[in-house]
Design a protein around this ligand. Structure first.
Ligand code: SF4
Length: 326
């Protein structure tokens, strides 16, 4: 069955990285630095960056961080630093969305105050990967990751999750990971979008895996549309797909392009397309590309009141810019 919607959304975003240091060592990672080798982004430098972004159409500030070990003496400072960066972004009129690996319930409770949504890739739930690509990545324990989705549900945090495809999992594993997300959604209703991210080799990683086959992504989208409720947006990254494949994915049922930022920090070897070029190309094929906020409208009521106010202002701004379009 062909998906009928001709609208595809994206989030105009910029990524701030508090630190690249990470105590995990996933073998396919093109992001991390060893602990102690990546100076933390200062608030002063973050403010300079955010000042440059004003009036450029950016709405979301994705705060994407490498992880400080939960037992480390620096953990509290790290969480506080992420909080401070989000608070700064909010004060400057942006909408923060944090993805900083597994958090404790208390850490998530704190960060909810300054985030309109949060995220964590489920990746894959099979424990088999702990023997291979996740052998040195304690944060990739499957039960720890699914617990995060449930914590976010209990705290009423609108949440983005997703699957990383092609890291050694089987077709059945993929199905089971999607089913786990569907169960969380049934229980808590907090999953706003699911990313289907094809593994794409980069220059920094130590793993010699092959790229996930685009034709398998089409199949995956169809499966995801069967397993996940319709209310969940299905996101595909436009920088990891050739234009023809991108359109085929939209036809198959994907309906969101995620945060489009000048630089993809997770896949630095794959630059994002320019939004205006992407919009023009997709328009020719009958797709309308529409900007959205990092929180979906059905969750606005879950946000703390001070965040609801900023979100409501952004919704009005997007609405009025739509009316001004020729
Ligand atoms: S993929 Fe994430 S958790 Fe794994 S090493 Fe890289 S930054 Fe750390």
């Amino acid at each position: 069955m062909e998906f009928l919607s001709q609208v595809v959304t994206y989030s105009p975003a910029y990524t701030l990285v508090p630190t690249y240091e990470c105590f995990n060592r996933c073998t396919y990672c093109n992001f991390r630095s060893d602990p102690g080798t990546s100076p933390w982004l200062t608030l002063v430098d973050a403010e300079k960056v955010l000042n440059r972004l004003k009036n450029q159409g950016i709405i979301e500030i994705l705060v994407l961080s490498g992880e400080v070990h939960p037992q480390s003496a620096r953990r509290t400072d790290w969480v506080q630093h992420i909080y401070n960066l989000c608070e700064l972004a909010l004060a400057m009129g942006f909408l923060p969305h944090t993805n900083a690996g597994p958090l404790s319930f208390a850490e998530m409770t704190k960060l909810k105050e300054v985030n309109v949504s949060m995220g964590l890739m489920l990746e894959q739930l099979t424990p088999e990967l702990l023997k291979t690509v996740h052998r040195h990545a304690p944060s990739k324990l499957p039960e720890l990751r699914s617990q995060q989705l449930a914590y976010a549900g209990a705290l009423q945090i609108p949440f983005t999750t997703g699957l990383l495809l092609g890291i050694g999992e089987t077709e059945r594993d993929r199905w089971e990971s999607l089913e786990a997300i569907a169960h969380i959604q049934e229980r808590w209703g907090n999953i706003q979008e699911v990313i289907l991210q094809p593994y794409s080799p980069g220059q920094q990683e130590s793993w010699a895996g092959s790229a996930f086959q685009p034709k398998d992504l089409l199949e995956m989208i169809k499966v995801a549309r069967q397993v996940l409720p319709e209310t969940i947006a299905l996101q595909i990254p436009p920088n990891l797909l050739q234009p023809e494949m991108l359109m085929a994915c939209l036809k198959a049922g994907a309906n969101d392009l995620g945060g489009i930022s000048p630089h993809d920090e997770v896949n630095p070897d794959y630059p994002h397309p320019q939004v205006h070029q992407l919009t023009a190309r997709l328009k020719q094929a009958g797709w309308e590309v529409v900007p959205r906020l990092p929180v979906y409208p059905q969750y606005d009521g879950w946000l703390p009141s001070q965040l609801q106010k900023v979100v409501s202002e952004w919704r009005s701004r997007l609405q009025s810019s739509k009316h001004k379009e020729p």
